[in-house]
Every structure is written in C-alpha cells, then in structure tokens.
Design a protein around this ligand. Sequence first.
Ligand SMILES: O=C(O)C(=O)C[C@H](O)[C@@H](O)CO
Length: 259
Amino acid sequence: MPAPRNTLKHRLAAKEVLHGCWIGLADPYLAQISATAGFDWLLIDGEHAPNDLRSLMAQLAVIEPSASAPVVRLPDGDPAKIKQVLDIGAQSLLIPMVESAEQARELVRATRYAPEGFRGVGAALARASRFSAIPDYLTTANAEICLIVQVETRAGMAALDEILGVEGVDGVFIGPADLAADMGYLGRSGAPEVKAAVLGALGRIRAAGKAAGVLVTEPDYIEEARAAGATFLGVGIDVTIFAGAMRRLAAEMAARRGA
Ligand SMILES: O=C(O)C(=O)C[C@H](O)[C@@H](O)CO
C-alpha cells in the first residue's frame, strides 16, 4: 500500500487551471466549512496566520476527505519544519522567499527521503504513514510530494529561469504583495509595474512547463493572471471574506437604524 496519491500534483502536471483559497482563520472548524465550498485547493497559511503543527494537522485532517486538496505554507524553508509538516501528513508545500536555484534544490532535497534527499526518517510514528498503517510509505512518499516555491523579490525574479530548471520543483508562485514591497510599491500589488512583472513571470513559468501560481483577489486581476498562464490560481482569502461580510452586514443594519 503506497503513500496517498497527491491529486493536486498530478492535476497541476496535467496543466489544469486550479482555483484555490487562502485559509488563515487557523481553525479546523472553519477549515472544514471552507472545504465544503468546492475549491480545487485550500492553502493553510503557516506563514502569516497563527498556525502551529497541531492546528495545521487538524486542518489537514478535515480538508483531506473533501474535494479540495490541502497545501501548507511554511514560514520559511527550514528543513526541520519541512520534516515536521511532512510527518503530520502534508504532501503539498508552498515555501516563501526563494531567491536562487541552490535554495530551490535544497528545498527539494529536504522534502525527499534518501537517496533523492535528506528528509529525516520517522514515519513509523507519523500521521503521514498513518502510524505505519501504510507499509510502503517510505519508498513511495517522494513521488507524491508537490513542492511550490515562492518568488517574491527582485532577486528571485532575476533567478527565475534557473529556479525553473530545478528538478523536483512542481511550481513557482509569484507573491504580488511581497514583490510589490521589494520593488518599492509597498501595499500596491496592483501597480502597473508590479502587475507587469507578475503577469510576465506567470507566462515564463507556464512556458517552462511548471505550475504558475499567484494569489490575486480582484476580478480583473484574476482574469489577467489566468490569461497570463496561471494554473495554481488563488482567488480569495477566508479572513478578508469573513471580515468583509461581517462589516457589510453591521453597516447595513446601522444604516437601517439611521434610516
Ligand atoms: O506576497 C504575496 O502576495 C503572498 O505571498 C501572498 C500573501 O502572503 C497573502 O498573505 C495575501 O496577502
């Protein structure tokens, strides 16, 4: 019995355009609600949301049975964090702030067992192997890992072609918010100069045969990203959707009270 088939990895390899949503509310109850929505993938944010290993694991558990594939974003590319999050059962990772092919190669190696890499072996007591219920986990896990690296600085953009040449990188995600900041447009990811850089990079990623990822929430930007070649297309964030809906309802009631 092999490691679970990573449908996200294989759908991205087949060049499907897959829509997803960031989930940063850091709660399995809310993650399970999001998993009923029908997104192709859900990104559990361990970089900017208050998640820890237990909350990540609880969200993986409620998303896995759904039609949405879970992806976990770590705060950095620390091999120890990668080891831990793979052991709790994540198979698709998004790693921020990648700026070189060497960094990307090390990330690939951190996600693979020997001889392809140096992922620590602890599957016997790990959720990933279903606590040794998957007897062939060690020899089949590597093939089902999906690694998407984030390029979101000018240095990363300059190294994009080399990063795209790294075997084992399934996709490259362009981070508009951080790229805007690094380009001198803090808080303005929709600035023409930033948008041109984002959309141009998506086309280069797609042309290289990798999954092209981005997170944009404005409808026009979403369509421009799709047209540019995005296949790992983030279109919303649960926190902002929830906060916006609550504020609109409260404002509507306040307006009615004042009517
Ligand atoms: O730089 C970006 O944009 C991203 O990496 C996505 C953000 O981190 C996400 O939190 C939305 O702002």
